[in-house]
Design a protein around this ligand. Structure first.
Ligand SMILES: [Zn+2]
Length: 330
């Protein structure tokens, strides 16, 4: 556990440069209090650490910017507050969380590699420094009382999977060399056009584990490769980038379909390239609308989804109400 942090690799130290609210200061905490990392998006397509600092002070009257880090659109990481500062970003969990804000409105945009790579690098550094696990890295809306919040609109499970994937390797590297910068290399080697398996894993298993890639596409790009065969050594195969973030509620469904070799329509250049899937409830009670139709489509790299209650168990009106049946005129 670190007692003080003076340098954060890959970040621009803006702690002294950002606007502060004269006469106001945030409370401070000891570093060991830090147990979580919160990921936010700015809900704006553009912006910078400087503009958010101004906004938080002038509109909210806060002592300074609410985040510890801002990752701007081009991937610049700005270090905004000492990690001991209990700034405002996750309400009553402020005392134990570090706040990282990605500039963007990920309700409408997709997180791209230029911001994802520095995010992963920063998360790896902080997780190692504070001895945090992938599970301690949460989206804003995964904190208590914030499930209503559309923040960060990034699939945090994918981020945690990516973080967990290299953590053992990272720790080993760090302890072998004692050099922290080596720790950061796995994040830098993340390549959205290639997928690398874990030892003993098949390519298909890796695709399912990561939830980042279109299995159909992976198959098409690696026709001569046995994707089902586990390999002792890590294998790298071609996949298509950029990273597609699939919403949590669709991920299971898409995986279930692709595992059974159904085609999922992902061409997003025209609207309403629909996938229509019926899911039957185990319960076969007639006249109960307990089954579901899921309609989902991708447009401009954003998944849209609708769910409708239906029934696939036909009604029994005729046989169960014989008197009506007899009186029908046909
Ligand atoms: Zn947030």
């Amino acid at each position: 556990m670190t007692t003080s942090i003076v340098h954060i690799p890959g970040s621009m130290d803006c702690r002294e440069k950002l606007l502060k609210n004269p006469g106001k200061t945030y409370a401070v905490r000891p570093l060991p209090d830090i147990r979580k990392i919160a990921v936010h998006h700015s809900l704006t397509r553009t912006g910078s650490a400087e503009s958010f600092a101004r906004y938080h002070i002038q509109h909210h009257g806060w002592p300074g910017i609410g985040y510890h880090f801002v990752i701007e659109k081009k991937g610049t990481v700005k270090w905004c507050n000492d990690l001991t500062v209990k700034s405002y970003h996750v309400g009553r969990e402020n005392g134990l969380a570090i706040g990282i804000c990605l500039v963007g409105d990920f309700r409408k945009e997709t997180l791209e590699e230029r911001q994802l790579a520095p995010l992963m690098k920063l998360l790896r550094f902080l997780c190692t420094e504070f001895d945090l696990r992938a599970e301690d890295v949460l989206g804003h809306n995964e904190f208590p009382d914030y499930s209503w919040k559309a923040c960060p609109c990034v699939d945090m499970q994918v981020i945690r999977n990516m973080l967990g994937r290299n953590s053992e390797h990272s720790r080993q590297l760090a302890s072998d060399t004692g050099e922290l910068d080596n720790l950061l290399s796995p994040a830098l080697t993340f390549d959205p056009n290639h997928l690398t398996t874990n030892p003993g894993e098949s390519v298909i298993a890796a695709v399912n584990r990561l939830g980042l890639f279109d299995l159909g596409e992976v198959k098409a790009r690696n026709k001569t490769f046995d994707l089902k065969k586990p390999s002792d050594k890590p294998v790298s195969v071609k996949v298509k980038g950029p990273v597609e973030i699939v919403p949590d509620n669709l991920k299971k469904l898409i995986h279930a379909l692709e595992r059974q070799d159904y085609k999922v329509f992902r061409n997003d250049t025209r609207p309403y390239n629909l996938n229509i899937v019926g899911i039957r409830n185990d319960n076969a009670v007639p006249n109960a609308f307990d089954d579901e139709i899921h309609v989902f489509w991708k447009y401009q790299n954003t998944w849209n989804t609708r769910t409708y209650k239906i029934t696939t168990d036909p009604g029994l009106a005729c046989s169960s109400i014989p008197s009506i049946n007899r009186e029908l005129p046909f």
